[in-house]
Design a protein around this ligand. Structure first.
Ligand SMILES: Nc1nc2c(c(=O)[nH]1)N[C@H]1C(S)=C(S)[C@@H](COP(=O)(O)O)O[C@H]1N2
Ligand SMILES: [Mo]
Length: 310
């Protein structure tokens, strides 16, 4: 099967190359298959020095979503998220900092060095995608404030606006979850250069259902860590209690690092259903340690019991 070499779908040497995504598009256009980013790795690999591999088609990444604020079904966010107002939009940086700040999203986007990177996204439900994001490294934003030495964690919060997010207003639609959605990272995880704040995907602004105007992308962790539509970033001394820990702490831990050897209590995490495109729509692939980013992140967990700290 074509997705056997999944670990190398994205040439890591090239993921920081701003022009990568454009190049891919040009190649696809040249082949007359632009529009949906469907990959034909076997056709292209011979002469594609950018190593185009399977990218999930935009149509799938923007219509098969988890964003419970807009409903529990995968197709709900694409239908319901148009009511979210993404301007004006401010993001607060609070907590263990020298001085708390409030930033306008457009000021942030003007100041931050914008890059494009394709990352695999592995949902805890055992499906996965490979998505070309546009955004910037979270550490670049955090470096705008002076972080107190007492800070050990970073907590993120999604917007709370029941009039705009039907699942927050109606618990039958939003799954009786206590909103706003909260997530967290250890400070070193937040500072890791792989950790992105994304404002776009597939070379365009983020659709609301994917977390506009700004969402986290942490590719080595299960998808639920990648919190959408962020309004607050708080530096904390204590480990934040994420929404999923609150709901079911025995099933969803704080770390949530992708790990094929630690099964979810109710299903195996050894394999995943990769959502690709074209002829190769779906395929079972082996799940990789840290979702294939072991080289970049394993050092942060050396000596740590990954079964206990799931
Ligand atoms: N605020 C918020 N963020 C969220 C979620 C959510 O329900 N609410 N779902 C998470 C889950 S479970 C996954 S798999 C990813 C899905 O991101 P995508 O829809 O852009 O692929 O978003 C994460 N971020
Ligand atoms: Mo998920």
């Amino acid at each position: 099967m074509l997705i056997k070499n999944y670990k190398f779908d994205v040439d890591k040497e090239k993921i920081t190359d701003k022009s990568l995504y454009k190049k891919r598009r040009e190649i696809l256009k040249f082949m007359g298959i632009a529009g949906s980013i469907t990959a034909f790795p076997n056709i292209l690999s011979a002469n594609d020095k950018y190593k185009l591999k399977t990218i999930t088609p935009k149509e799938k990444a923007t219509t098969y979503n988890n964003f419970y604020e807009f409903g529990l079904n995968k197709s709900d966010p694409a239908k319901n998220a148009h009511t979210l107002k993404t301007r004006p939009w401010q993001i607060k940086i609070t907590g263990e900092v020298d001085k708390e700040i409030i930033l306008d999203i457009d000021t942030i986007l003007k100041e931050m060095p914008i890059i494009e990177r394709a990352y695999r996204l592995r949902c805890v439900e055992a499906w996965s995608m490979n998505i070309p994001w546009r955004g910037f490294e979270l550490n670049k934003l955090l470096n705008k404030v002076k972080i107190n030495s007492a800070a050990k964690f970073v907590q993120f919060k999604t917007k709370y606006a029941p009039d705009e997010m039907i699942g927050q207003k109606n618990p039958y639609i939003g799954g009786f979850i206590q909103y706003p959605y909260i997530e967290g990272l250890r400070l070193d995880e937040a500072m890791n250069p792989l950790t992105l704040l994304a404002n776009g995907m597939y070379g365009e602004d983020l659709p609301n259902q994917n977390g506009a105007p700004l969402r986290l992308v942490v590719p080595w962790k299960y998808g639920f860590k990648s919190i959408k539509s962020i309004v607050e970033i708080k530096l904390t001394k204590e480990m934040p209690k994420s929404t999923w820990m609150q709901l079911q702490s025995d099933e969803y831990g704080f770390y949530a690092n992708v790990n094929p050897n630690v099964d979810h209590p109710r299903w195996s995490q050894a394999e995943e259903r990769f959502i690709g495109g074209g002829f190769f729509s779906f395929g079972k692939v082996k799940t990789l340690m840290f979702n294939g980013y072991e080289e970049e992140v394993a050092h942060m967990y050396s000596g740590m019991d990954l079964v206990k700290n799931f």
